[in-house]
Design a protein around this ligand. Structure first.
Ligand SMILES: Nc1ncnc2c1ncn2[C@@H]1O[C@H](COP(=O)(O)OP(=O)(O)OP(=O)(O)O)[C@@H](O)[C@H]1O
Length: 378
């Protein structure tokens, strides 16, 4: 979108001089308070609303020069409460655009069944049902399948998950992320819910009244470095906590306590802890798999580490987020969690290293300015 404005006939400015680039294959979220122009922005992309000025390019094409009907077949559209046709069954609903495109019956049917399976609706069970015979979550899934039917390059989603309860919403979000992982559409997603924005977005545009973009950034950057008091206020005072959910574990974040083996004797364990100046050591099996841990106290006397050590349940895979690691720590009342690659031990996270990892994530996403470099030192 280049210099796009929308002034409604009554003089209301929906959006003003908007410049935004949506990267191919990414999910971009438009988020902001009610009335800030999110829906106006989205609906100009498929020309449900005509822009007053400016240009909107889809690849090479200026969308204002494309026949709107042809345009909308290239752009899937999912709205709140789905907008499924009430008098058509699920199969007919999902097959809408392929039919418009003149696909034959067999091809349409195959595509519909494939998509229903993708969104987790068994075609045999749900294909012949009408929208009122589905739950809110199932209707939403059918809506997503319909939007994907003709394999559009772009998907517009306007608060698609806001009409269902929080538990169903979270499940739909998880499923949707899985679908996006396989289809990799260019998605513009409108929500007023910052949690949803942070969870789903590759990039997030925070908008304020008049369609002004206050910040356009990755979730981690938005939470770590809000560009203005407006953004800081909008993302919330618990943004530090929210950031845990969007920050992955980096090898450099891990701590490396002394390591002993299950069949080592206790004298060796004592020596390892003394050598490292540590009060405890991680106990590993022969293939570096996590067995547990042993404290200085339990390492007194004679015998093997395996017999004296304690089992350890607190672990996370290396591709988990800091939030998962922190949740494990709290749930198991553990002072640390092990980070594993498959079953292989990589290192541990403690509250201190979690905190350092959060700080690192902010510094890592910051532009390379002299100021940022200075704060990193020390
Ligand atoms: N047809 C219209 N005529 C006049 N003003 C309009 C029209 N449609 C929208 N507006 C105004 O344009 C501004 C932006 O509206 P828009 O629907 O884009 O906001 P939004 O961010 O999507 O809000 P919400 O989160 O409440 O859905 C608002 O002030 C709204 O009142």
């Amino acid at each position: 979108m280049q210099g796009v404005s929308k002034v409604y006939p009554d003089g209301t400015v929906g959006v003003q001089e908007l410049d935004l680039t949506f990267a191919a294959g990414e999910l971009t979220v438009l988020v902001g308070p009610s009335g800030c122009g999110k829906t106006t922005t989205m609906k100009m992309i498929n020309r449900i609303i005509e822009p007053s000025t400016g240009r909107i390019l889809l690849g090479e094409d200026d969308v204002t020069r494309v026949d709107p009907n042809l345009l909308r077949r290239r752009i899937g559209y999912v709205i709140q409460n789905v907008g499924l046709f009430p008098h058509q069954d699920v199969r007919a609903n999902v097959g809408t655009v392929p039919r418009l495109l003149g696909w034959d019956k067999k091809r349409t049917r195959e595509r519909v069944d494939e998509l229903l399976a993708v969104v987790g609706l068994d075609p045999a069970t749900f294909g012949r049902r009408y929208p009122h015979q589905l739950s809110g979550g199932q209707r939403q899934r059918a809506g997503v399948a319909r939007a994907l039917a003709a394999d559009p390059t772009v998907l517009l989603m306007d608060e698609p998950f806001s009409a269902v309860d929080p538990v169903v919403r979270e499940r739909l979000q998880t499923e949707f992320l899985r679908i996006q992982d396989t289809v990799r559409k260019t998605i513009v997603f409108v929500t007023h819910d910052i949690e949803e924005a942070v969870r789903l977005g590759d990039r997030i545009a925070v908008m304020s009244e008049g369609g002004k973009v206050e910040q356009f950034a990755s979730p981690a950057e938005l939470l770590g470095r809000p560009a203005s008091p407006f953004v800081a206020d909008f993302v919330g005072s618990d943004r530090g906590l929210k950031r845990l959910a969007v920050t992955g574990i980096d090898a450099a974040d891990l701590e490396h306590p002394p390591v002993v083996r299950v069949d080592d004797d206790l004298a060796a364990a004592r020596a390892a802890m003394q050598g490292a100046g540590a009060r405890w050591a991680v106990v590993l099996g022969p293939d570096d798999e996590l067995h547990g841990w042993i404290s200085q106290e339990r390492a007194e006397g004679s015998g093997t580490v395996g017999a004296a050590g304690k089992r350890m349940e607190a672990w996370v895979p290396h591709d988990a987020t800091l939030k998962t690691a922190f949740a494990q720590m709290l749930q198991l009342e553990a002072g640390w969690v092990a980070v594993l690659d498959g079953s292989r031990f990589l290192g541990v996270l403690t509250p201190e290293s979690l905190h350092a990892a959060l700080r690192r994530s902010v510094e890592g996403t910051a532009p390379e300015t002299a100021g940022a470099a200075l704060t990193t030192v020390g």
